[in-house]
Write a protein that binds this ligand. Structure first.
Ligand code: SF4
Ligand code: SF4
Length: 349
């Protein structure tokens, strides 16, 4: 059943959404590889990661994307904030290795990039995190295009080549219309549109739309490859306005799944269950009542709402520990694929 209270873009029937539970991500990059294999093994896409997994705290990919601007000045969505295009160095250059010589011909040298002397690349600061031993911390954050309700990338395009499609709110670049002006790259505050210098067109995550439409060889509906392949199955995929689904419950009802950087005002449709970690330890190994991941950092990422979300999760967890029942905890642990991927609920519309 559709729900009328959900904020869905005008003219869009239903909005696809994803919830990622950051407590389950092990940073294995299987999702990245799944996406790469399916979509970005073509000329001009070498530097692109439509799905990437970054270590937090960290500079991310492209480097320092949070400082590059874009999005909207306010919730009114009448003035875009001017952003910048990341440099090739911010994405990391395409490193070439002599795999052939070293692995097959036995050349005696180290396997290292031969065409550049790299100073930065995707996952350069992997696992680095922050804090001091024994209280250091880090967590992984997978990112795809958020298929935003108010996409500033769409607004930025003077040719209307990038658009939010009516049936499910997926944001796509029309390759015929695109002229490669890159206003969309500037406009997206999440830096999730990429420029292909070979085709001279912009490209981005397509939410695996042929898979969710059942266009594959078996004619069956599949979730996006990043979700399907995820080692720990931390992603829920469905529609934000499916009020019987777990996404609606986590986002709208319990308010524990939060968009990243809500202050960019694009209203993302990828939501995160914020990470928790064991409390800090004193030098002699005693547990002290101080949070390991500073709240201030989580507030920076997810806004002040993260406090209520974490309180709710803690309260519900305590309820289960006392022998009670919690629908929220059940949803967060549910491994039933029929609930995890609810993609056919509106197909008869
Ligand atoms: S994340 Fe960026 S590219 Fe994706 S819809 Fe939002 S503004 Fe557009
Ligand atoms: S496959 Fe899953 S667990 Fe592995 S990095 Fe991606 S989101 Fe994290």
């Amino acid at each position: 059943m559709a729900h009328d209270d959900v904020d869905i873009a005008e003219g869009v029937d239903h909005q696809v959404a994803m919830v990622m539970d950051l407590n389950k991500c092990i940073g294995c990059q299987t999702c990245t590889v799944a996406c790469e294999t399916l979509w970005t093994e073509r000329e001009g896409t070498e530097y692109m990661y439509w799905n990437n997994v970054e270590t937090r705290p960290g500079s991310g990919y492209p480097r320092d994307w949070e400082e590059k601007g874009g999005g909207w000045e306010s919730e009114e969505h009448n003035q875009r904030s001017v952003g910048e295009i990341p440099s090739q160095q911010d994405y990391g250059e395409d490193w070439e290795f002599d795999h052939e010589g070293i692995l097959k011909e036995g050349a005696e040298k180290a396997l290292e990039p031969e065409n550049v002397d790299p100073e930065w690349g995707p996952n350069w600061d992997e696992d680095q995190g922050a804090g001091e031993h024994p209280n250091s911390y880090h967590f992984y954050m997978p990112r795809i295009c958020n298929h935003c309700t108010h996409p500033s990338c769409v607004e930025a395009c003077p040719r209307k080549a990038i658009y939010k499609r009516e049936e499910d709110g997926v944001v796509l670049v029309d390759q015929e219309r695109c002229r490669g002006y890159r206003y969309c790259v500037e406009g997206c505050p999440y830096k999730k549109v990429y420029y292909n210098a070979v085709t001279k067109r912009s490209e981005k995550c397509v939410f695996c739309y042929p898979r969710i439409e059942g266009e594959g060889p078996d004619d069956e509906v599949h979730p996006p490859a990043c979700a399907d392949q995820c080692t720990t199955q931390l992603r829920l995929v469905g529609y934000l306005d499916d009020q019987d689904g777990p996404i609606y419950k986590l986002v709208e009802q319990y308010e524990v799944a939060l968009p990243l950087h809500p202050e960019y005002s694009t209203s993302p449709n990828v939501y995160y269950i914020p990470p928790t970690a064991p409390p800090q330890h004193s030098e002699d190994g005693e547990t002290v009542d101080v949070e390991r991941i500073p709240r201030s950092y989580l507030e920076e990422l997810f806004g002040e709402q993260v406090n209520d979300a974490l309180d709710t999760i803690e309260r519900e967890r305590a309820k289960v520990e006392r022998g009670g029942h919690s629908e929220l905890m059940e949803i967060l642990q549910d491994k039933n694929p029929a609930q995890q991927y609810r993609l056919e609920v509106f197909s008869d519309d």
